[in-house]
Structure formats: C-alpha cells, structure tokens
Design a protein around this ligand. Structure first.
Ligand code: PSU
Ligand code: MN
Length: 301
C-alpha cells in the first residue's frame, strides 16, 4: 500500500535518522512558485543535519513516503492536488486521486511506515467560534492515537489557542516547550499561554520518547513546541491587527470547512506585505532542523 522511497527504506533498515515532512503546507499553505523552492530547501535542511527527509503525499492514489524531485514538483505545481486529512486517505486511494497530506494524514502514514519524528509549521486545532461551527482540526484526534513526535511552532495563531491546549490535554497528547516555558504562537515566540514542561536538548526529547515506549500506554503523540527565532518573529501588534481583519473577512465571505485555514493564512500573508510568510518559513526551517537532530538522538538509541 505504501510506496517508500529507496533512500527512506535504506535509512530505516540501517536505523539511520529519518524526518517526515508534510505536503499541505507546500500545496495549500505557501504561494507558488516559492512553495517548490521551500519544499526542496526543507529537504536539504534535513540532509544538512545528517538525516533523511521523507516528504509525504498521495500521488495517483498511492501514498508516498519520500518523494523524488519530480514528485515534489507535482505537489507544488499541479492543479487539482487536493488537501487530504486522515479521513480522506481511503477515498483518495480508491479514486486514484492525488493530494497533499495535512498533519493528521502525514502523521498516520509516517507512523505506518515506521517513522517516529515529524516536522511541520503549526498544528491545526480548535477554531475560534468553535461553539457554533464545531470546527476542530482532525490533527488533534489523530495525534491522540498515534505514537509520533511532532516538532511545530505551536498551533496556528488563527485558532483559539487556549481551547486547543485544553483539548490536547483532554486527549492525552504530551506537550513540551523547546527551550521555553511559553507555548509558542506560530508567527510569534509566545502565544500568551504557558507550557508545563520544557525540554532543552534533542537528547532530552529522545528520552521522553523512550519513556513513552517503556510505559506502553495507549499510543499518543509528543508535541515539541519550538518557537520561531526572536529576530524572525512577526511584529506582535501587526499580527493582532491583521488577524482580527482576517477573521472578520473569513466570516463575511462565508468561508468554511477545509478552506478556512488556507484562507486565513493567505489573508495574513497579503496584508502583512509578506512578513507573515517570512515568519512562517523561519519557524518551519527551525522545526525541520530540530526534528533532524531529534531523529538523530533517537536513532542513536
Ligand atoms: N500550518 C501552516 N500551513 C498549513 C498548515 C499548517 O503554516 O498549510 C496545514 C497543516 O497541514 C495542518 C492543516 O494539518 O493546515 C490543518 O488544516 P485544518 O485546520 O483544515 O484541519
Ligand atoms: Mn477545519
């Protein structure tokens, strides 16, 4: 069922570090043509750190773990690449469709392939207005059932961050700040909420992963929340102002379902002169590098 690339297969067989990367960010989270350059740059960053990148996507109905350059190009450039969350996978497979995978679909496929470390930008979560729309990303439920370590810059700031943190607690997903006791705010270093645990080295993160296994509790994820570097964060005042507008526009246009997240991210990008995009990319780059170091500490076992 899974098409695992040769270099990912070899790395897994030899217990060398591998980092899973999601593809929705490429297809639906970043503007073309920059998205292709970013996808390739992120893979290169993983290699720089001595690990093997495994970008995950569904192509013509087949889930791929590790993409070649032409396959990355398809995800970045082809029209009609869908956004696939976990529940969409069997539908896309049976239909022979192609799609980019969100955190939920990526984490599921990565875990199936035997990968343990995954890097992304920001997780999905509980949306503002949840009491009316019930809009909550499938990312949370899947992470509650999957043994994987996700390195992210927190959850997207367009969400209700406090509610998302509560939900992660209810679902039993472990959350730790990396080098911080504040939960990061995706474009910002600090979401305004604390975290209960702080991890300071890849070795410490690997120690928690081993403890998860030793405990043999029902499988759930470890979220390593890694803040964007201080000098690369978005101006907090600008962020607050534009985010307010974005949420109002989203409402006014009646945007709903899968379209909400891409709409908000795009609005922020266009109304911050691209500054939100730069902060987003800085966060992802940092996460990818840290994930590679964690995968290395994990592989050393
Ligand atoms: N963070 C970004 N860009 C993105 C996403 C997150 O900076 O495109 C994607 C991730 O793939 C995440 C998804 O899993 O948004 C969540 O979408 P939704 O809220 O529809 O579940
Ligand atoms: Mn949603």
């Amino acid at each position: 069922m899974l098409v695992v690339s040769d270099d990912v297969q070899a790395a897994l067989a030899e217990r060398r570090p591998v980092v899973a990367l999601e593809s929705t960010i490429i297809a639906h989270g970043l503007p073309r043509p920059r998205n292709l350059r970013v996808a390739l740059e992120l893979e290169e960053a993983v290699r720089d750190e001595g690990a093997v990148p495994a970008t995950i996507a569904v192509l013509d109905g087949r889930p791929h773990i590790g993409l070649g350059k032409e396959q990355v190009e398809r995800i970045a450039s082809e029209d009609g690449v869908r956004k696939l969350s976990q529940r969409d996978l069997p539908l896309a497979i049976a239909a022979g469709a192609s799609g980019a995978t969100t955190v939920s679909a990526t984490a599921l496929l990565a875990a199936r392939a035997g990968l343990r470390v995954f890097a992304t930008g920001g997780l999905g979560g509980v949306h503002r207005g949840w009491t009316v729309t019930q809009d909550e990303s499938a990312d949370l439920g899947l992470l509650a059932r999957t043994r994987i370590t996700v390195v992210c810059a927190g959850v997207k700031s367009v969400l209700d961050v406090a509610a998302t943190l509560e939900r992660l607690e209810t679902l039993g997903v472990a959350v730790a700040g990396y080098g911080t006791d504040r939960f990061p705010g995706f474009y910002l270093r600090d979401s305004g909420h604390p975290v209960d645990w702080t991890l300071r080295t890849p070795h410490e993160v690997a120690g928690v992963m081993r403890a998860q296994d030793a405990l043999a509790a029902p499988p759930s994820a470890l979220v390593v929340a890694n803040p964007v570097p201080q000098d690369e964060q978005l101006d907090p005042a600008l962020h607050a102002r534009v985010l307010d507008e974005a949420l109002r526009e989203c409402d006014a246009h009646g945007v709903s379902g899968q379209a909400v997240t891409p709409f908000l991210l795009d609005y922020l990008m266009r109304h911050t002169d691209g500054a939100s995009l730069e902060a987003n990319l800085a966060a992802i780059r940092g996460n990818v590098r840290l994930a590679a170091r964690i995968a290395t500490a994990w592989a050393r076992g």
